[in-house]
Design a protein around this ligand. Sequence first.
Ligand code: BGC
Length: 768
Amino acid sequence: MNQDYIKADAWSIIEEEFDPGRVKSSESLFSIGNGAMGQRANFEERFSGPSFQGSYIGGVFYPDKTKVGWWKNGYPEYFAKVLNAPNWIGINVFVNNEALDLHTCKEVKNFRRELNMKEGFLSRSFEAVLPNGVEIQVKSLRFLSIVNDELGAIKYEVTPLNSDAVIQFEPYLDGSITNTDANWEERFWKTLEVTTDKDKGFIVSKTLKTEFHVGTYMKSEIFQNGDRIELSPEINTGDDTVSFTYTIKANKGESAGIIKYAGYVTDMNHKRADLVQAATMVLKKAEEQGFDNLRKAQKEAWASIWEMADITIAGDVKAQQGIRFNIFQLNQTYLGKDERLNIGPKGFTGEKYGGSTYWDTEAYCIPFYMATKDQKVARKLLSYRYNHLEKAKENAEKLGFTNGAALYPMVTMNGEESHNEWEITFEEIHRNGAMVFAIYNYVRFTGDFSYIPEKGLEVMIAIARFWHQRANYSKHKDKYVILGVTGPNEYENNVNNNWYTNYIAKWCIEYCLEMLDKVKDSYEEDYLRVMGLTSVSDDELAQWKKVADNMYFPYSEEHGVYLQQDGFLDKEIIPVSELGKTQRPINQKWSWDRILRSCYIKQADVLQGFYFFADHFSKEDLKKHFDYYEPLTVHESSLSPCVHSIQAALLGRMEQAYEFYVRTSRLDLDDYNKEVEEGCHITSMAGTWMSIVEGFGGMRVEDDKLSFKPQIPEQWDAYSFKINFRDRIIKVHVSEEQTRFSLEGQESLEILVNGKTLKITPDSTVTA
Ligand code: BGC
């Protein structure tokens, strides 16, 4: 049974009733972020029950020394950890000297928490009876500004309900923060300075080893029954903390309130010596604007994001809530403003995956950002990898590759590999293919070929060199083989000839050869520069080609399908449907050894290849492979259901496509994989978007044109989405009877709908 306490609502995530057992799940689900920083939905006031504290800053990480049982040559020295950063949301609340703590209250009533996705804020209200018998009502609202991404704001109000009361607010900053996943239980931060300036508090800290300098700051305003009052606080500073205590007398039924402005400034954007000054400036501006205007600006900024990115679904509120939650979280994680940042699989909602960059960005996220934002955003994501090319070459060299071959890291913060499980670091080399696929996908969609001569070609050459060296000639097979890999399906390690890996390796080489010719013909200056840098010879190109032309692909004549890897048919093949419910998820119920020997597939693998290279295979081929692999797939990676949804839709199996859609879009809300406490699955949320736009909408680029094959799940009355295709905005509205296309912009556009050409002109609607 999946969790189902989140109330269905088109624009908000809502929780009613307080249940201490759900606090950690809700802390993940109600997380807020602004692309530069983000935090779990921890309570502002003290909470002594089970909770997972987390506040994170984009790009700020710690290289936690690798911990393994047995060292293997080639292991990275460290695992990059996103850092749980100093806490600035804290406001201790005392009522007649008794601390407000929902875990110790006699009673909690009318609890309601809402993540308002339309306007970008988190709010909470409840009534509580404290151990001392005072009953209070609490209302809080907080947001991280996406207009000024260094700023957060909180409004917190307490009203005594059954007597007058003395309310104390103790807003504080706390730099004594740890990560729950620290390898050696070390602290990652060192506090350098705790200072105050009148009613402002500051902590300047630095991360150990990486030496990121961060200024955490706060300032509060106090209100009595809604009116601003001036109060002198009692100031306390400790080694890592600073707090201000304000004491307010509140009559029964009258509120005591506090507004806290707080956040981070870092040396990624300011000089180290100026952090306190920079924070002071942010505070000055925030105060000048005031809470209500800041909220208004937040609402407008979110409105403009939604204007382009929203997907509407009529007739199915849970599906509507699901897709908006996914779109909202993606935008909270990455807004495309900073080329140094990327999209961690858990975004700013937890520590798992270290906040680092995975192949998820190239394989799943690029299409979403490409189609819902300016195309420069996707180009920034590609450039992120270009900027890491030298590190990828060093990484390959460390593993014994030569001649400028590059192996991009499976997990990274700064271009260095920072994951240390051998089967992932050394073997999950398919990620290199996604780097090239993303370039191809970008050029295909945006038409911006300039990326290839300017940056992409160098990346492709280094990756082609890797594949050429990684494959070896098998005399026995008279083919090139790729041995000892882990494919996208991480439930098989050290296998030979994973079909997906071999296929993408061959394709990378072929695409690179094709692009070399194209750049040579039309971009002579860039061509000469790249040749100067890489010294690729004709002889080398001939060797690559030989590998690509003679790549081996395991195939079963009996089943008429490509095999996931050489040994797949030796496995005992029993469909997932015959596995008892008590056995699942197998990654929590079975030993690793048992998983590895089983036929169960964690995530789309062969079918991932069929998704990337859909135009290389017939529908009949897809059908055979889908029918073979889908029954064996357990979807224990969040990245899986979206691909299966797209494939099912392509096969016209809308019932199944819909089921996978619900699973991908509500994966976290309904906690399908029983792990939402650790954080949300951000990168797969882009897959959810794909399952509507590419799955149900059937959007592809064909013959250099945008093409649609719209279908609609039976459960929906209609759905709509917008696409930025080459700087033209197309709105698609699909209902059972018809599809309407309209266009914003100056020039008309020809698209394909079910294979037929359709011309759309600006500011008019065409029906198909
Ligand atoms: C998946 C990988 C993915 C990673 C981060 C793993 O569970 O198997 O493909 O890159 O999660 O999302």
